[in-house]
Design a binder for this molecule. Structure first.
Ligand code: F6R
Length: 617
């Protein structure tokens, strides 16, 4: 939520600060897109421009009325929390005397008291935001040193915040701080960068520095200094980003979502890469938890939100089957508030693409306070959740830009499967040859996903044909159940369509009443080679809904002729081991949602009301 960029470079004023910041905002726009703004440090003092609407509105303004050359800049794309998305509520916010400009991601919870205090002192506010209080506080605390002023103000703030500030008298400085919100540093030569994530500066450098909780960073053209809120120096952790700018481009696709759906064979293959030793044993180097602790685990709780939680639900079936450990999957925002039974024998697995989801982060902290071991499955290096967990297993999906998660979902399931197999190896619940066989099956998934992508024409056609339907239902069973819910979520979020996923077995306990003439229902059919009679039960479900007028859209394994007589359409996917089937079965549903939203003329990558990374609770 909210994209933040900062830049400081050569002290001869020029166009680069604005160019870097606008370029960074374009890459971060997925984080929030209801307004955008920039502030530049120029020889004439601070200048700023901000506009409601997407970044393009601001860019057009800047083209019509160019800003003067500068030496440093900050920029922001907003996802509104306090105050409507208007020009005046857009960031940056300036102090009354125009000497300080501030941008903010998060929520300042004590802003009402701070605002009242400032108003009593005669400050006239020009916005409804919580952020503006910080600009006024910084101007008051400033005594020739912006870093000290930031430390002083940060200590007074409650809530969550990443803040960047520039001062008219400090043309070579950008100061940033973070508390429960993301901020990373990019290291250049004679110039340095700040961003909500590395996408902000990946076009300029892949060298980055992680910032920890409650730290203040001072950026100058040749230096990066980090201190804690008390001014004690901190040695920051440096890392190299393992993808480059082209990974965050559309690459000829109509939308990032479409591109990321097509990235999936790579996302799975890269997540599997380098996980076995010469003897074929799984070696998950990143999991630095003592093996004795992992052997003693008697319960696993997966915590996550949205799509990541559905990945957890898929993984539950496999991990329980392979490891014989009970696995609970819980929405992170519910977990913390229900007094969960967690102890030193609990392994909590936090799944998150961004590594910044506030609900998941809070649940991680709660779990650790209760003595659990926390392992994070995360896609974004340098993010907060892995830093606050005991161990991390990175997915290697590359940057996910579209708001609707696709390739991260497949990578999360893959990583969770690796974890399950690793625990099975460690605890001896599967023989080595059984594990090797499942790993071989996993290695075949990228080619199978590619086959689904190559044969997706009919799915797209169905989506275009159905662009005006009022509702789509999804049925699945066993691992197909979370796939059904994920299919429904994709349609809700990008096509604004009523969509619901159900466990097929639940149908006759209520949802069947929704079926009427012409109702499209996706049915994810388990493999006929799979578990007991699941296949025939789901085929019966298709008949039941068809008898009541539904249009069954069936996802079935190739060669499954049993479904043909009852389906309105069948989308065949390659034969896949039952537990791995979600990795291929979900792909047509992603393509369907993407194509249907595009056919409706909607912005597939930036759906209304949403933001990519949910950094407020
Ligand atoms: C859905 C979607 C969201 C995220 C959820 C968790 O397409 O993108 O439901 O999956 O907000 O986000 P992360 O994985 O970043 O924690």
């Amino acid at each position: 939520m909210c994209g933040i960029v900062g830049y400081v470079g050569p002290q001869t004023p020029g166009p680069r600060p604005l160019e870097v910041v606008m370029g960074g905002l374009a890459r971060l726009e997925y984080r929030g897109y209801d307004s955008a703004g920039v502030a530049l440090v120029t020889p004439q003092g601070l200048v700023s421009a901000k506009r409601a609407g997407k970044l393009g509105v601001l860019a057009a303004d800047l083209e019509a009325a160019p800003l003067p050359p500068a030496t440093a800049a900050i920029g922001h794309t907003r996802w509104a929390t306090h105050g409507a998305p208007t020009d005046s509520n857009a960031h940056p916010h300036l102090s009354e005397d125009g000497t300080v400009a501030v941008i903010h991601n998060g929520i300042i919870e004590n802003f009402i008291q701070l605002r009242a205090e400032l108003a009593a002192d005669g400050v006239a506010f020009s916005s409804d935001t919580d952020t503006e209080t910080v600009a006024h506080l910084l101007a008051r605390a400033y005594d020739g040193d912006l870093t000290t002023a930031m430390r002083t103000v940060a200590k007074r703030l409650q809530g969550t915040f990443t803040l960047l500030a520039v001062h008219a008298d400090a043309p070579d400085t950008v100061v940033g701080t973070r508390h429960d919100s993301p901020l990373v540093v990019g290291l250049g030569e004679g110039e340095n960068f700040l961003g909500s994530d590395v996408a902000a500066f990946i076009a300029h450098t892949r060298e980055a520095v992680e910032l920890g909780q409650d730290q203040v960073v001072t950026l100058t053209p040749d230096g990066v200094e980090v201190v804690d809120f008390d001014g004690n120096p901190v040695a920051p952790k440096r890392y190299t980003v393992d993808w480059d700018a082209s990974a965050a481009e559309k690459g000829g696709f109509a939308s990032f979502m479409d591109k990321e759906i097509h990235d999936q064979p790579h996302a799975v293959a890269d997540t599997l890469l380098g996980r076995t030793d010469a003897a074929g044993h799984l070696v998950l180097d990143e999991i630095r938890v003592d093996e004795t602790v992992l052997r003693q685990i008697d319960k696993i709780i997966v915590i996550a939100c949205g799509t990541a939680a559905y990945a957890g639900q898929v993984a539950k079936y496999a991990i329980e089957h392979w490891c014989r450990i009970p696995v609970e999957v819980e929405l992170a925002h519910e977990f913390r508030y229900r007094d969960p039974v967690v102890n030193a024998k609990t392994l909590v697995v936090a799944v998150s693409q961004s590594g910044e989801t506030m609900d998941t982060l809070m649940a991680v902290r709660h779990a650790r306070e209760q003595g659990a071991t926390v392992l994070a499955i995360v896609n974004t290096h340098g993010s907060t959740i892995p830093r606050e967990s005991d161990a991390v297993l990175y997915t290697h999906a590359g940057p996910e830009v579209a708001v609707a998660s696709t390739k991260a979902f497949l990578a999360q399931i893959t990583a969770a499967y690796l974890l399950g197999l690793y625990l099975a190896q460690l605890r001896g619940t599967k023989f080595p040859d059984e594990i090797a066989e499942i790993l071989d099956d996993l290695r075949e998934i990228p080619a199978k996903v590619q086959q689904v992508l190559d044969e997706a024409g009919p799915v797209r056609e169905a989506a275009v044909e159905m662009k005006d339907v009022p509702s789509v239902l999804f049925l699945g069973r066993h691992v197909g159940y979370p796939v059904a819910m994920e299919g429904a979520l994709k349609l809700k979020e990008i096509a604004y369509l009523h969509a619901e996923g159900f466990a097929a077995g639940e149908l006759k306990h209520g949802p069947i009443a929704l079926i009427e003439d012409g109702q499209p229902v996706f049915v994810i059919v388990p493999s006929p080679r799979g578990r007991d009679s699941l296949h025939s039960k789901v085929v019966s479900n298709i008949q039941e809904i068809r008898a009541r007028g539904a249009r069954p859209l069936v996802i079935a394994e190739e060669g499954d002729t049993d479904v043909l007589p009852f389906a309105d359409r069948v989308f065949f996917v390659p034969k896949t081991a039952s537990l791995l089937a979600p990795l291929v079965a979900v792909v047509p549903l992603q393509i369907f949602a993407c194509a249907l939203a595009a056919a409706k003329g909607l912005d597939v990558d930036q759906p209304r009301n949403l933001a990519k990374s949910v950094t407020v609770e």
